[in-house]
Design a protein around this ligand. Structure first.
Ligand SMILES: C[S@@+](CC[C@H](N)C(=O)[O-])C[C@H]1O[C@@H](n2cnc3c(N)ncnc32)[C@H](O)[C@@H]1O
Length: 259
C-alpha cells in the first residue's frame, strides 16, 4: 500500500477513513442522475473517487484517489485508481469524454485549480456532486451541531464559485437540486434527515468529515442534547414529520458543465 507523506485534502483518511465504505455507498436514485449527466461519454475520469461510489459499470472508468486507505476499500472489479490529486491531473488535455467529482471538492487544497484540471482533461461534461453549504443552516442538524455546520460552510466552495470556474471557458453550466430519498443508501449527513438516531452511531459520524474536524467537546454536547431530545420526544415534536417524508430537498446539488 502506497501512503502519502502528506495528506492531499483537509481530512486524514488514512486515520479516519477505514470504515468509510460501510456507511458511504452508491445510492441508486442519485446514481441515476449522475449517469444521466455523463450523457453518452464512453470514457470517464472519477476524481476524489474514494471507494468507487457512483462510478458507472458500463463505461471505461479511471479513478484518481490520493488516499491509500480509500483505494484499499474499492471493491474487486472496480475501476483502477491512481494515486494523484485533482490539482495536478496526470493526463493530457481532452483525454476523457467526461469527468466526475462526487462530494470531494470541499476537501481539495485548491478547488479552482482542481476544477480547471477537470475541465482541461474532459472533452465533454464535467459532473460535480456538491453541497450548497449556506443552506445547511436550515437543516435540523444545525440546532444540535452548529459548530459542524459552521465549519462546513467555510469548507465548501459556494455554488457560484463552482459555476464561475466551470463556466469560465464558455459552454453551459446547469445546477440541479438533488432530492434525498428517505432510505438513502449513501450515508452523508443529510441522508439521515428522517433517521436521527443514526447520528448516535460513531461510524456514521466518522463517515461525514465535518464531525471529525470539529472540536470533540462540541460534538459530545450536541450528541447529548440529541439523545435527550430523542428520549423525551422533543425531536419528534419538532421534526417527527420527516420520519415519513419520502424525499428531502436539502443542500445536495449536481453541477453539470458542458463545453
Ligand atoms: C467524502 S470522500 C468522497 C469519496 C467518493 N467520491 C464518494 O462519493 O464516496 C472525499 C474524497 O476526496 C479525496 N480527496 C481529498 N483531497 C483530494 C484532492 N486534492 N484531490 C483528489 N481527491 C481528494 C479524499 O481522499 C476522499 O477519498
Amino acid at each position: 500500500m502506497v501512503t502519502r507523506e502528506r495528506r492531499a485534502g483537509d481530512v486524514d483518511y488514512e486515520r479516519h477513513g477505514r470504515r468509510y465504505a460501510t456507511v458511504r455507498r452508491t445510492d441508486p436514485r442519485i446514481e441515476a442522475r449522475v449517469h444521466a449527466a455523463l450523457g453518452d461519454a464512453r470514457t470517464v475520469l472519477n476524481v476524489g473517487a474514494g471507494t468507487g461510489s457512483y462510478e458507472p459499470a458500463d463505461r471505461y472508468v479511471l479513478a484518481v484517489e490520493p488516499s491509500a486507505t480509500m483505494r484499499a476499500q474499492r471493491p474487486a472489479g472496480a475501476a483502477p485508481a491512481l494515486d494523484a490529486t485533482a490539482e495536478h491531473l496526470p493526463f493530457d488535455d481532452d483525454a476523457f469524454d467526461a469527468a466526475m467529482a462526487m462530494v470531494t471538492i470541499h476537501q481539495w487544497s485548491d478547488v479552482e485549480r482542481g476544477l480547471r484540471e477537470l475541465r482541461r482533461v474532459a472533452r465533454g461534461p464535467v459532473v460535480v456532486l456538491t453541497v450548497d453549504a449556506p443552506a445547511l443552516r436550515r437543516y435540523w442538524l444545525a440546532e444540535y451541531f452548529p459548530e459542524v455546520v459552521a465549519l462546513d460552510e467555510g469548507r465548501f466552495p459556494t455554488i457560484e464559485q463552482v459555476t464561475g470556474v466551470l463556466g469560465d471557458e464558455g459552454g453551459q453550466v446547469r445546477v440541479d437540486a438533488v432530492p434525498i430519498p428517505l432510505d438513502c443508501v449513501d450515508g452523508f449527513g443529510e441522508a439521515f434527515y428522517g433517521r436521527p438516531e443514526a447520528f448516535l452511531r460513531p461510524e456514521v459520524r466518522a463517515a461525514t468529515s465535518g464531525f471529525g474536524l470539529t472540536d470533540p467537546v462540541a460534538v459530545r454536547r450536541g450528541l447529548d442534547r440529541l439523545a435527550d431530545d430523542l428520549a423525551s420526544g422533543a425531536w419528534d415534536r419538532a421534526h417527527g414529520h420527516l420520519r415519513a417524508q419520502a424525499e428531502y430537498v436539502g443542500t445536495m446539488r449536481l453541477v453539470v458543465a458542458t463545453p
